[in-house]
Write a new protein. Structure first.
Length: 177
């Protein structure tokens, strides 16, 4: 029985070859398809031998091209990522350098302003020592020190304060008598 089935299958294949039709309607790849590296379509296939070989060749080439394109895309992505990280590192270095420059400039400007303020104070002190009045505003540091010295000059001397205390205490004794 099995020999008859095999013979019938052989006859069917010979007829298909004679008609130039090749393949099967099976959803699975049979040995013949596997030898030619055919991948089955959904719901099987039926095609001429020359078309089948051409389709197989085209499909294989297409898969190879897709694999190569995928590999190229992955390489490009890796290159872009590497470039991006490199660029970020360069930007970080540049930012750090600019920040250090700004800080250095700020320190220099602060020292320069302190030096100018000291020169202004000396100028005003020299003018005050010579009893000259300069135009413009007196530096605040001198204003504070001058205000303190003026208050001290207006206040009675400590000796005078002691005498006044004595006078007040004598008046208290006179009132008690």
């Amino acid at each position: 029985m099995e020999a008859i089935k095999g013979a019938i299958a052989q006859d069917t294949l010979r007829e298909a070859s004679a008609e130039d039709v090749w393949g099967s309607s099976s959803l699975f790849v049979n040995e013949e398809d596997a030898n030619k590296h055919v991948k089955p379509y959904y719901r099987g296939r039926q095609m001429r031998a020359e078309d089948g070989i051409r389709y197989i060749k085209e499909r294989n080439e297409k898969e190879q091209i897709l694999e190569m394109e995928k590999a190229v895309k992955e390489q490009e992505l890796a290159a872009r990522k590497a470039e991006k990280t490199l660029k970020k590192l360069e930007e970080d270095v540049e930012k750090k350098r600019r920040r250090e420059e700004r800080e250095q400039k700020a320190v220099e400007n602060k020292a320069k302003k302190a030096k100018e303020a000291l020169a202004r104070e000396r100028k005003w002190l020299d003018a005050l020592a010579k009893s000259k009045k300069l135009k413009g505003r007196m530096p605040r540091s001198l204003q504070a020190s001058q205000a303190a010295s003026q208050v001290a000059s207006r206040a009675p001397s400590p000796e005078l304060n002691d005498e006044m205390d004595l006078v007040e205490s004598e008046e208290d004794f006179d009132i008690m008598d």
